[in-house]
Design a protein around this ligand. Structure first.
Ligand SMILES: [Zn+2]
Length: 105
């Protein structure tokens, strides 16, 4: 799945121009808040942008993982948070509602 980055920096920014969310593909309009992620995986820097809804889905996902899962690559990955949630047996109502899914408990 995904390895933990050697370096990770997440900053919430106010968009100066339009961006595309790397998770859901929506347009982050000028003036909207979004998360800018910079991380170094295997020596290569990668940059991602997430709308705040997808950023929230990532935070909730990380909270559902044990430290073992996170360390062993079983946690959510940038660009695949919704795929990660789709594979879960349990999807909390907050997350299901974001995608129009039925919550799995
Ligand atoms: Zn998004």
């Amino acid at each position: 799945m995904c390895e933990l980055p050697a370096v990770l920096d997440v900053i919430t920014r106010n968009a100066r121009r339009k961006h595309i969310c790397c998770e859901c593909g929506c347009t982050i309009e000028r003036g909207e808040l979004y998360d800018a992620i910079a991380g170094c995986w295997d020596g290569a820097w990668l940059h991602h942008k997430q709308c705040l809804e997808c950023a929230r889905a990532m935070i909730v996902a990380a909270g559902y993982c044990s430290q073992w899962e996170l360390n062993s690559g079983g946690g959510p990955w940038y660009g695949g948070v919704w795929e990660w949630w789709r594979e879960r047996d349990l999807v909390p109502p907050e997350i299901a509602k974001m995608r129009g899914w039925k919550a799995k408990r």
